[in-house]
Each structure stands twice: as C-alpha cells, then as structure tokens.
Design a protein around this ligand. Structure first.
Ligand SMILES: *Cc1c(COP(=O)(O)O)cnc(C)c1O
Length: 420
C-alpha cells in the first residue's frame, strides 16, 4: 500500500519527501524533527477550495492542529481563514499574515482578555458556547464601543461514530449549547445592541470517516436557521466545523470532495455562506516525525527500539491509542524483528508504536508518519526534554520553521530561590 503522505516516496531505498531526502534533513537539523510537506498542505487546501467553488464558502484552518508560523503563513497566502481557540492562536495568525476578518473564535472558556483582544483585532465571528459567554461578550463589546459578530455553537446531538475523546457533538459533553435552547438564546442575543447575530456553528467531532453524521448535523442546524429567519433573525453564515478524518493505517476516509458533496447540496441556493474548520485533514498527512534509534533492547517478552522521540513529542499513541505508521528511512537487508518503538521518558505509556516489524539497527532513522496534525501542538517539555525542531519542505528547499529548543529555553522565566 502507498504511504498515507502523498508526497512521500522511496527512491533507491531512501525516504524522500517532495524532493528532499529525509536522511539529509536529519543530518542538517538533527532529530527528533517534525517535517512538513508544503505541497501536501497546499493540495489538501485546494481540494477543499475547488470542491467549494460553486458556493460561497470560507475554509478556516483549525490552528490547534498545527500552529507553526510557516504553516499558518502558507495557509494565509492560499486565502484560508482560521479557527482559533485562544488569544495565543490569534497572535500567531496575525504574526503569520492572516487577516482577522477571516478568523472565527471557538472554545468553551474564552477569557475576558482574550475576548477583548479579539474584539480589538476585529475577528469575523465569536462562536459562543454558553449564556455566560454571551453576556461577557456583550458587556465587553459595549465597553469597548465595538460590535461583536456572534454565532452560537450548537450541539446537534448526533453521534459522529469516532473515538469518545474526540467526539464533541453529543448531549452530555462540555461543548456548545443544546440545539433545543438555541432559539431562545438567539432571541436574547438579537436584542443585545453590541452584538451582531451573524451565524451558527457546530463541530461534532474529529477523525470522522463517514460523511453522514455531519450531513445530519447540517440538517438540524439548517432547520434552526430557517426557524430563526421566520422570527426575523437572519443569519449570514453556517459553520459546520471540522472533523474530516485521514488515513493513519487502513482507514478509508471519504475524499474531501465526497465528504463535502452532501453539504454543498444542502447549502446550494441558500443565502448563508458556508464556513468550515478543518484541521487534521489539511495537515495530518502532510507531516512526519523524524527520529533516530538510540538502541535496541531485548526485554523478557518483547524487543524494544528506543528512539530519541517520545510521548512528550507525540502524545497521540498514548492519549488516544492512535496508530502511526513507522517506516525506516533506509530500507535495507537488516533482519526484521518485532519491536515496540518507545521513547526514553519515564512512563509505560511512552510508546510511538507497538508490535511493529522493523528491520533496524541502532543509529538508524525512522519516520513516524501522519504526524502533521496534533503532533507538535500537543508536545510538552515533560522530563525536561527540549521540544523538537520543525522543518517545512518545499521541493528541494528545507526551511527551518522552528528551531529546536535549548535547555536555556526550557528554564526561561524560572528562578531558583533567592539567597537567604
Ligand atoms: C478541533 C476543532 C476543529 C478541527 O478539527 P479537525 O478534526 O482537526 O478537523 C474545528 N473546530 C473546532 C471547534 C474544534 O474544536
């Protein structure tokens, strides 16, 4: 089977991303390093853009999936909008050349300073998730003499049939407001002079492999939009969130166009424009984590390949029991054995892959595939491990998108006790 990363191939046994051999990247930038393909990101963005060409639509990249400035500026230049969940993410978008008027702000716990910052910046929409937030935004907007464009993030109560930790649209989770309460909330918002009621939003979950639940959510959301219009509350956009899944192993996610077809069919001929908030499907299979085997270890029951990347670099295997394909950078004749690929961190959950048949020796390079989304952004400094470098590949060009952290970076802002 081909690699899940479309711009990755083997040439004379050596893994090459676009036109850049991975061993050259490891030589130049060290390991562990996240490596991204600009071409793969561009292709997935264009697939959205082209599929949506018949309707008025904005693709807002979900910044939390990959917030590196080089990645954000690539999407800004392609014309993307952005879905943010914090003031920090808004700063990143603006620093990367994104424009505030294409930014939607999601999240259940927006702080007052973050709301004020977003109001000053002039973002496109606040996706409100509670009554308290409605009141806070109204109060802050009037105080600042600004009008706040708002949508409610409604919880349409459809089952996205994905991992429970990444399912967000069911009753009983913390996100959004119940769709049954939404009509009353819109009436309240409509009467608040500092607010402009602009749209409605929903996001039912992540790594969705079936287009049906989103289409079902769209039906429920559009029924609400029509009911609101009947009451004189006219919305200008419908935000159907992100969530389209990708292939990690042998999943068969719908092609972007097929996933969108039922949504486009529903939006065609309507007055509202469509917003989408894809994260994983734009960047997940545009990235990999390059790591080096430190040593091979024979345990009593298992063999371990101990590598220089760990749970702090890529949390998904431990957090979601997620599978990432692991490929040797050099395919050679070494004997294949079954390994758990583990990091050096003091946690039994510190693994990148289990029971993998690999032909490796100590010192070899491995590529952990499909790591472009929720990889670096979920990384930490656990065990005082400086975070990985990030490199963006464009053909033969390898741009250092984020320098590897140093130990000084780790301790910045900390102070030992003052002298007695
Ligand atoms: C996480 C998130 C997204 C992006 O989800 P993907 O599965 O990466 O596409 C979009 N919108 C909201 C509100 C989110 O929380």
């Amino acid at each position: 089977m081909s690699f899940p990363i479309p711009t990755l191939r083997r040439e004379h046994g050596r893994l090459v991303l676009e036109d850049s051999p991975l061993d050259d990247i490891a030589e130049r930038f060290g390991t562990p390093t996240y490596v991204y393909s600009a071409e793969a990101m561009t292709a997935s963005y264009r697939a959205y853009h082209e599929a949506l060409s018949a309707i008025d639509a904005t693709v807002c990249f979900a910044v939390k999936a990959n917030s590196n400035l080089a990645v954000l500026s690539l999407f800004a230049r392609l014309g993307a909008g952005f879905d943010i969940v914090s003031g920090g993410e808004l700063s990143r978008v603006l620093a990367a050349g994104g424009s505030a008027d294409r930014v939607v702000f999601s999240g259940v716990g927006k702080r007052r300073d973050e709301i004020a910052y977003a109001l000053e910046a002039g973002i496109r929409c606040f996706n409100i998730e509670s009554t308290t937030e409605l009141e806070t935004i109204s109060e802050l907007a009037s105080g600042l003499g600004r009008s706040a464009p708002i949508a409610f993030r409604v919880n349409p109560d459809v089952d996205p049939r994905t991992h429970p930790y990444i399912s967000t649209g069911l009753r009983g989770n913390k996100f959004g407001v119940p769709i049954s309460d939404a009509f009353e909330l819109y009436r309240r918002a409509h009467a608040m002079p500092a607010l402009v009621v602009s749209g409605v939003a929903c996001h039912i979950g992540s790594q969705l492999l079936d287009p049906a639940p989103v289409a079902e959510a769209a039906d429920r959301v559009l029924a609400l939009v029509d009911r609101l219009a009947g009451a004189g509350i006219v919305l200008d956009h419908v935000d159907l969130g992100g969530g389209l899944g990708i292939r990690y192993r042998n999943e068969r996610p719908p092609a972007i166009g097929d996933y969108l077809a039922p949504l486009i069919a529903r939006m065609g001929g309507r007055r509202e424009s469509l917003f989408l908030e894809p994260g994983r499907s734009l960047v997940g299979n545009a990235g990999l984590l390059l790591t080096r085997v430190e040593l091979l270890k024979q345990g009593e029951e298992k063999n371990f390949a101990v590598v220089d990347a760990a749970i702090n670099d890529l949390a998904r295997p431990a957090l979601y029991d997620a599978y990432h394909d692991i490929e040797p950078v050099h395919a050679d004749a070494a004997e294949s054995r079954r390994y758990d690929v583990v990091g050096p961190v003091c946690e039994s959950g510190d693994f990148l892959g289990r029971d993998r048949d690999l032909a490796v020796r100590s010192g070899d390079l491995l590529a952990v595939l499909s790591a472009g989304a929720y990889g670096m952004t979920m990384s930490s400094n656990y065990n005082s491990r400086p975070r990985a470098a990030e490199v963006l590949v464009r053909g033969r060009q390898c741009i250092l998108a984020r320098q590897r952290e140093s130990v000084d970076d780790l301790m910045r802002g900390e102070h030992p006790l003052p002298a007695d």
